[in-house]
Ligand binder design. Structure first.
Ligand code: AKB
Length: 357
């Protein structure tokens, strides 16, 4: 039964819902979605969104993803067609308050999946949930094992050593459960009349470290690269908290946004799995520093590893095997590291700081 009337009798407006909309990914995603999307964007975060983001959304709300009643109230006027669930506590911040991180990263995701399932059942069509996971789901026991492994597939070495990585890996499995097995023994799942099958179309990309020219991340352990680039652009000294030889996968924010939207748009039957690796390049911190100094000759960069954060970065892979994303939905990096600096980061970041003065 297609229920298109809200409880008040009016037709609910189709909408696309974004949580954690004020974060780094949210900035890029809203800008991309608003330029080529006919459906209203409803955005939520714990803090007010910037005016430029608010102006691109039909509605913006202050809401905590852990507050299920608040989410139900703000979504009661909409038929949610897609959800981009970005709200999360990243790896470094999560280690300072692991139980809070679990509340947000896991219970918040359960709330979103449940809302998607209920709306999917109510309207008789699957709600698409696009979920950003992370390279934090991986865990190597030694640098030798990390180096030996090289580019890893989605299902190797998934033994996270951070609360954030545990949360993201579990939520990947939760998404698969809601997509394929939700309430499988419930009375209304009787064979043939199964109202729970396919109500959630869950899709997941595993983000590497992300580098944006417009925003600086907070609370992450891969932040050393964007922090280094932005400090040099501001003419400030930067002390890097990992060794020069630290190597993990990265991509630019525009590439991450493009890949996320490409996965979201892919026909369901073209997807052979739920979780996809994406990345563009895997520089060492020292290689990034050399490129920064090439474009910002006066850059003052030193290395003083924070052993505890270093252990986290050493547990993450050197590189990702992104072949399944390439095969299933045409993922393709836009830049090498050098091209990212030459064509995106340096021109944009200089413009960004020039306009700020
Ligand atoms: C973090 O550093 O926690 C994130 C991530 C790698 O997912 N940027």
């Amino acid at each position: 039964m297609r229920m298109e009337q809200s409880t008040l009798g009016q037709r609910r407006k189709p909408a696309l819902f974004i949580t954690g909309a004020g974060g780094e990914v949210g900035h890029g995603l809203i800008t991309s979605l608003s330029s080529n999307n006919s459906v209203d964007i409803v955005a939520s975060d714990l803090r007010d969104l910037d005016e430029d983001l608010r102006s691109q959304c039909a509605e913006t709300y202050l809401a905590d993803v852990c507050d299920r009643d608040a989410l139900d109230r703000l979504l009661s006027m909409y038929q949610v067609k897609e959800i981009y669930h970005l709200a999360a506590v990243l790896s470094t911040r999560a280690e300072l308050a692991p139980e809070v991180a679990h509340q947000v990263n896991v219970n918040g995701t359960v709330n979103i999946l449940q809302i998607a399932a209920e709306q999917g059942r109510m309207y008789g069509e699957p709600v698409k949930v696009v979920f950003p996971s992370s390279i934090a789901v991986y865990g190597f026991s030694s640098l030798a094992q990390k180096t030996e492994a090289g580019a890893v597939s989605e299902y190797e070495y998934c033994k996270p050593r951070t609360m954030y990585g545990c949360n993201k890996l579990y939520c990947e499995h939760l998404g698969r459960y809601y997509a394929h097995s939700y309430r499988q023994l419930a009375q209304d799942s009787v064979q043939g009349t199964d109202k729970n099958r396919g109500v959630v179309d869950f899709r997941c990309v595993r983000y590497p470290g992300l580098i944006s020219a417009e925003t600086i991340p907070t609370g992450g352990t891969s932040d050393f690269v964007p922090e280094m680039v932005h400090a040099a652009a501001r003419g400030e000294a930067y002390t890097c908290f990992v060794r020069e030889d630290s190597r993990i996968p990265f991509m630019t924010m525009p590439e991450a946004i493009d890949a996320t939207l490409k996965l979201a748009a892919a026909p369901r039957n073209s997807l052979s799995q739920i979780v996809y690796n994406i990345a563009s390049f895997s520089p060492s911190a020292g290689e990034v520093a050399e490129l920064v100094k090439k474009y910002f000759p006066g850059a003052d960069i030193t290395f003083e590893p924070d052993e505890r954060r270093q252990v986290i970065v050493d547990s993450w892979p050197e590189a990702l095997d992104c072949s399944v994303a390439e095969n299933d939905w045409g993922f393709k990096p836009s830049y090498t590291l050098e091209q990212a600096f030459e064509e995106y980061l340096v021109p944009k970041i200089i413009k960004q700081y020039e306009s700020a003065t």
